[in-house]
Design a protein around this ligand. Structure first.
Ligand code: URA
Ligand code: SF4
Length: 195
């Protein structure tokens, strides 16, 4: 396991998959490195590639709006993606690209030690929960795996295309907020300090 400094350096120099040929920036993550919630998207889009930060384009604006409307605090979460380099034309990352990149996300998971993992969309859900899942069937239901509470939900970009998903995603994030509040109550402070 690498520490943050080593991990960031390794990601920035990474050429483990073909996405390294077309990226501008490697997008590692943003948010609290000791967050209770880890949100995982698919891969950087155009804005993310330019700025080197995840979810800073239109989908990110919508996600931030949802999180702040439900009273999540910025310190509650950290945001990352399945792949750290932008797939050309925002295509879905290939399995081999995701597999090449996932060790970095696993390393981030070990460093952050969240209690809740939110899979934003089917790419994240496939690589985190299981390859045969259908997001429309499993969204909104907690999956307990390896000591984490995992919530699959829609990708915020899907909401931009289909307004009818808004209410469902809102419901999913209400469940996540409830779980976060329970965790905060039961630990009475930051559990990261209580091994
Ligand atoms: N979509 C994603 O999946 N991730 C981002 O960082 C931005 C848009
Ligand atoms: Fe490396 Fe991941 Fe970028 Fe591929 S997507 S080059 S594995 S950092």
């Amino acid at each position: 396991m690498l520490d943050w400094e080593e991990l960031i350096k390794e990601c920035n120099n990474c050429r483990k998959c073909g996405l390294s040929n077309t990226r501008t920036n490697v997008v590692i993550g943003r948010g609290n490195p000791k967050a209770t919630i880890l949100l995982v998207g698919e891969g950087p889009g155009e804005q993310e590639d330019k700025q080197g930060l995840p979810f800073v384009g239109p989908a990110g604006k919508l996600l931030d709006l949802l999180l702040s409307a439900l009273m999540f605090k910025e310190e509650d979460y950290y945001i990352a993606n399945i792949v750290k380099c932008r797939p050309p034309n925002n295509r879905v990352p290939l399995d081999e690209e995701a597999e090449a990149c996932l060790d970095y996300l696993r390393n981030q998971l070990l460093l952050i030690r969240p209690k809740i993992i939110v899979c934003l969309g089917s790419t994240a859900a496939k690589h985190i929960i299981g390859k045969d899942i259908k997001i429309t069937q499993i969204r909104g239901q907690w999956v307990e795996k390896k000591g984490y509470w995992i919530m699959p939900t829609f990708h915020p970009a899907a909401l931009l295309r289909d307004q009818s998903k808004k209410i469902l995603m809102w419901e999913d994030f209400k469940k996540i907020k409830r779980k976060l509040d329970e965790i905060k109550q039961s630990y009475k402070g930051d559990y990261h300090d209580k091994r």
